[in-house]
Design a protein around this ligand. Structure first.
Ligand code: SF4
Length: 334
């Protein structure tokens, strides 16, 4: 059997931000891997560490106040921490691109869209301006916008079209990894579905690996091969789409599913997860989900759970699945 190749591998990544109130522990040992050509959904609430993970891969965590304290990140097998900034600049856009939630913040209002796409192409490829413009028009066609509209400005496009332009810019140099940070959140639901469908199609055609950052489990079900659930700056459950959706293990992941509306049963009430995310300046000593967990045991208060594997891919960080912890702590709650 051939060995798996990974577009990105993150191990034990710790990222902190210095603030006037203290040190914000944004990432506390994140592990994450995306196999070449596959899409991983990174799911969690606002403030869980999703965007910081994406920015870390591009080495774009603003410093100061941010700091990558420890850990490793490999892009296509090579560590990014050893690379000079000049080389990282070349990698951004070429090997790895990121698209953000709001297309308006990513587009330049005073440049035509084809000039904006061509700019990225010229930066990374040995091509003259007219060749880059030609390629920019082809990219627009690829994302479903007629090439002749390339001479228009962002304000002449709808929200969904603008996000398509952003995706065209991100894919212009055929990156091996695309990081999409809530790419459809700012769009109407019907447009969301169209943009998502287009991303799926492009990913399949170009064999791009993708990190889909989202809080929306519907999007994950639609587009992802594997899922990492992040909470308090750590991946607390990871597995294939089937593992996480049909064999949910972590109480937090369970809570995420329970808080989704069930279209087959309109009479049942939504069950939101009680409480709030922990203060990242003052994280609980043991399991970070402890204050909100219906299954909490004594041991959870003081001892951080380690990974317990259900199969080669699916793991969970929870004492409930650690035989010794259950014996020692005794199950309480629920
Ligand atoms: Fe709940 Fe304990 Fe599991 Fe944390 S380790 S999720 S507190 S049962």
């Amino acid at each position: 059997m051939s060995e798996k190749k990974y577009a990105v591998e993150i191990e034990d990544l710790v990222v902190e931000f210095k603030t006037d109130d203290g040190i914000v522990k944004a990432l506390n040992g994140v592990d994450l891997k995306i196999e070449e050509g596959k899409t991983l959904g990174l799911v969690g609430e606002t403030g869980a560490g999703k965007t910081t993970t994406g920015l870390s891969i591009l080495r774009l965590v603003p410093s100061p106040p941010g700091k990558i304290v420890s850990g490793t990140i490999k892009l296509n097998g090579e560590s990014i921490f050893e690379k000079p900034e000049e080389e990282m600049r070349k990698l951004r856009g070429k090997a790895v691109s990121m698209i953000f939630q709001d297309p308006m913040t990513s587009l330049n209002p005073v440049m035509t869209v084809e000039e904006q796409i061509a700019e990225v192409i010229e930066l990374h490829e040995d091509i003259n301006h007219s060749g880059a413009i030609q390629k920019a028009k082809e990219m627009l066609e690829l994302v479903g916008i007629p090439g002749e509209r390339g001479t228009e400005y962002p304000h002449q496009f709808s929200g969904g079209m603008k996000q398509r332009v952003v995706i065209a810019i991100a894919l212009a140099c055929s990156p091996s990894l695309l990081i999409a940070d809530e790419p459809t959140t700012a769009l109407d639901v019907t447009i969301q579905a169209q943009v998502l469908e287009m991303m799926k199609d492009l990913r399949n055609r170009l064999n791009t690996s993708m990190l889909m950052i989202t809080h929306d489990l519907g999007i994950v079900a639609e587009i992802c091969d594997t899922v990492s659930v992040i909470y308090g700056g750590r991946v607390i459950e990871h597995g294939s789409l089937d593992d996480v959706f049909n064999n949910t293990r972590h109480p937090y992941t369970e809570g995420l599913f329970r808080s989704l509306p069930n279209l087959d049963d309109r009479t049942s009430k939504l069950k939101p997860i009680k409480g709030l995310m922990p203060d990242p300046i003052n994280l609980p000593e043991g399991c970070t989900f402890y204050p909100r967990c219906d299954y909490a045991m004594e041991i959870c208060k003081t001892v951080k759970p380690s990974k317990v594997y259900r199969n080669d891919e699916h793991y969970v960080e929870c004492h409930l699945y650690d035989e010794n912890s259950v014996k020692e702590g005794g199950k309480i709650g629920k």
